[in-house]
Design a binder for this molecule. Structure first.
Ligand code: NDP
Ligand code: MG
Length: 382
């Protein structure tokens, strides 16, 4: 039996993690989880999974929750609450499926406790990948990817020698606006941006997919997870999302990971690793039905956020922290209808341009740069 804590239980990845656990009650037990504001779903999950601890966004919500649920379940809140869940002594694995760099400190706390980290929360690796990977190495902790591209690469690399790998090829679906020109992006609505062609995901990552920032964050995530130079990471547009990513080796062989677009596959793999389990509800891939797969070169002028991400990754230091924090702030403003879609990239560009990168930043410096980048972007939003 593996004991599991989840950060971001009510989200897209969180709820699919519960589906995986439901399918394998003899393998997995949930000991604790956090969610933000969605009390209705949170209460249902507490009743079904009977965790020992939960955490919510605010003190008020924690008080409300305590009046509703069994008093044997302890209720925490805020950032302290996330730390309580991340360090739950009863769990072996932390599924980090919270949205944003708020996931960083709980990840570090869980690493300190020696827990395996199943990481969906890519913002944590973007903002402070060097600290996370360094501490994980020192503690001999596995960081297992949940992101489908990274799970694919992880699986392609199984049994291979790292030194024989020559290139990582990440596939990108292109997001909701892949067939629009930049001129067609003027005045697009939040609803249009949230309409992803292949995947049903949380709203922030769906906007990130439309701007291509999601792929940019994934390039930085891949750099840290697989210790790969940016020059050896390529992105190709692959609209069917059937090939989840590929690895090229020094002899020219390319190993690809294929499957239907279903996040339960990488979630379950991270939980069952190193074994595999049945995925009873999963639709199987039928290549004959699909017939043809398409690949296109990425256009960095059409998708400047991808260009920003490669440049930020190569610059290193606190530059990726700025990229991430400015993106989180701009996307939130777009989702609230405060800025236009194309302003997201303008704001990120301005935040990156005004920043003087700090080399090998400490956690304290990361926190400061994260906060100041958010304030900077806010100050530009009228
Ligand atoms: P969602 O928006 O669907 O869910 C986010 C979860 O985090 C919810 O449970 C939400 O609570 C909680 N949450 C959000 N902000 C806070 C906060 N400040 N404090 C505490 N809890 C908070 O996101 P996704 O599941 O789509 O994505 C989660 C992470 O996984 C992201 O980093 C994303 O990039 C990554 N990812 C997602 C994929 C997907 O298919 N969805 C694929 C690959 C990676 P509540 O709703 O209750 O307020
Ligand atoms: Mg992905």
């Amino acid at each position: 039996m593996k004991y599991i804590s989840i950060l971001g239980a009510t989200g897209s990845i969180g709820t699919q993690t519960f589906e995986v656990v439901r399918a394998h009650p003899e393998q997995f037990k949930i000991t604790s989880f956090s969610f933000g504001m969605n009390i209705k779903l949170g209460v249902e999950l507490i009743k079904e999974f009977q965790p020992d601890h939960v955490s919510v966004a605010t003190k008020e919500l924690a008080e409300e929750l305590k009046r509703t649920i069994n008093p044997t379940c302890l209720v925490y809140y805020g950032e302290e609450g996330l730390l309580e869940i991340a360090t739950d002594p009863a769990s072996d694995i932390l599924v980090n499926a919270v949205m944003g760099s708020v996931g960083l400190e709980p990840t570090l706390a869980a690493i300190e406790e020696g827990k395996t980290i199943a990481i969906a929360n890519k913002e944590t690796l973007v903002t402070a990948g060097h600290i996370v990977m360094d501490r994980a190495r020192k503690k001999n902790v596995d960081i297992l990817p949940v992101d489908s591209e990274h799970s694919a690469i992880y699986q392609c690399l199984k049994g291979e020698e790292k030194r024989e790998m020559s290139r990582l090829i990440l596939t990108a679906s292109g997001g909701s606006f892949r067939d629009r020109s930049r001129a067609d992006l003027q005045g697009v609505t939040v609803e249009e941006a949230l309409n992803h062609p292949n995947w049903a995901m949380g709203s922030k990552i769906t906007i990130d997919s439309a701007t291509m920032m999601n792929k940019g964050l994934e390039v930085i995530e891949a750099h840290w997870l697989f210790d790969t130079k940016y020059e050896d990471i390529e992105v190709v547009l692959h609209r069917e999302s059937v090939i989840h990513s590929m690895v090229e080796f020094i002899d020219g062989s390319v190993i690809a990971h294929l499957g239907t677009p279903d996040m339960k596959v990488p979630i379950q793999y991270a939980l069952s690793h190193p074994s595999r389990l049945e995925l009873p509800s999963g639709k199987r891939l039928n290549l004959v039905d699909i017939g043809t797969l398409h690949f296109e070169k990425m256009d960095f002028e059409r998708f400047p956020c991808l260009k920003f991400a490669f440049a930020a990754g190569k610059a290193g230091g606190t530059t990726p922290t700025v990229l991430n924090a400015s993106n989180e702030t701009a996307v939130e403003a777009f989702l609230k209808g405060r800025i236009e879609f194309l302003e997201i990239e303008t704001l990120i560009d301005k935040a990156l341009n005004q920043h003087e990168s700090i080399k090998e930043p400490s956690l304290e410096e990361i926190r400061e740069v994260d906060n100041s980048s958010r304030r900077f972007v806010q100050s530009l939003i009228v």
